[in-house]
Design a protein around this ligand. Structure first.
Ligand code: ATP
Ligand code: MG
Length: 238
């Protein structure tokens, strides 16, 4: 997507002068400072950067799961800073999917129940069929009743992906979505992500160390020194 075609639309997600500091013992640690980002309809954006650069912290802020120390942040045209935790959760409900780096599946629920969870906010008769369908699409049709501890790391990651997609979210944040997958399964997941992006216009904001995945995105950004730097596609090595 060219820069000019983006300028007509309003951003779905907008961060300006975003900052995040945390207390670390006696010291204050600056993770993000003066960070700006705009994400537009139907875009796919990859965020790269070294371990510890602040990528997971940034994703949590952008999704309204965590609060910044300073700056402006809006999602779907609404300021996230004006909302409390419940307000942010209602803004996200059904519209935002999130895949955590450590999956965060509920340990006492089966794969199917974990995927059903976001659908229970607005119950519908087709919910179970939808959840089964998504688990089948990520290759786990035979693992519906397994608890997370009975699943491999890559299988848990795929349950987390199914849970993020099942509501038909407009915007999916995923933290290293292929990090635990073999190349063949990873490719299948990448295909599923980008077919959603192409067919439903689902916006993808992906943190990844996987250059094959990053190169498929419209834009690649590197998080460095607390800020995002736009990368040329050929900077993302084969
Ligand atoms: N609550 C916290 N208290 C203190 N330090 C924190 C806190 N949260 C994050 N950090 C620190 O902030 C830095 C950024 O962490 P973050 O998890 O965002 O990195 P990352 O870029 O996602 O790394 P990785 O690629 O390894 O997943 C790290 O150095 C981490 O130790
Ligand atoms: Mg991380």
């Amino acid at each position: 997507m060219s820069i000019s075609s983006r300028t007509d639309a309003s951003p779905i997600l907008h961060a300006d002068h975003l900052a995040k500091d945390v207390e670390s013992g006696e010291r204050r640690l600056t993770i993000l400072s003066d960070l700006s980002l705009s994400v537009f309809p139907a875009e796919s954006v990859a965020i790269l950067g070294q371990s510890g650069a602040g990528k997971s912290t940034l994703l949590g802020l952008l999704a309204g799961l965590d609060t910044p120390s300073g700056g402006e942040l809006s999602l779907f045209g609404q300021s996230l800073l004006a909302l409390d935790e419940d307000g942010r959760a209602s803004l996200r409900a059904g519209r935002v999917g999130f895949v955590f780096q450590n999956f965060q599946l509920l340990p006492t629920l089966t794969a199917l129940e974990n995927v059903l969870l976001p659908l229970e906010l607005s119950p519908s008769p087709g919910a179970e069929a939808q959840a089964r369908d998504w688990l089948t699409r990520v290759g786990l049709g035979e693992r519906l009743n397994h608890l997370p501890k009975q699943l491999s790391g890559g299988e848990q990651q795929r349950v987390a992906l199914a849970r993020a997609f099942v509501t038909g979210a407009e915007l999916v944040f995923a933290d290293e979505p292929t990090g635990n997958l073999d190349p063949v399964t990873g490719e299948r997941i990448i295909e599923a992500l980008f077919s959603l992006n192409r067919e439903a216009g689902t916006i993808l904001v992906l943190v990844t160390h996987d250059h094959a995945l990053a190169r498929r995105c419209d834009r690649c950004l590197r998080l460095e020194g607390g800020r995002l730097v736009e990368m040329a596609h050929d900077e993302v090595m084969a």
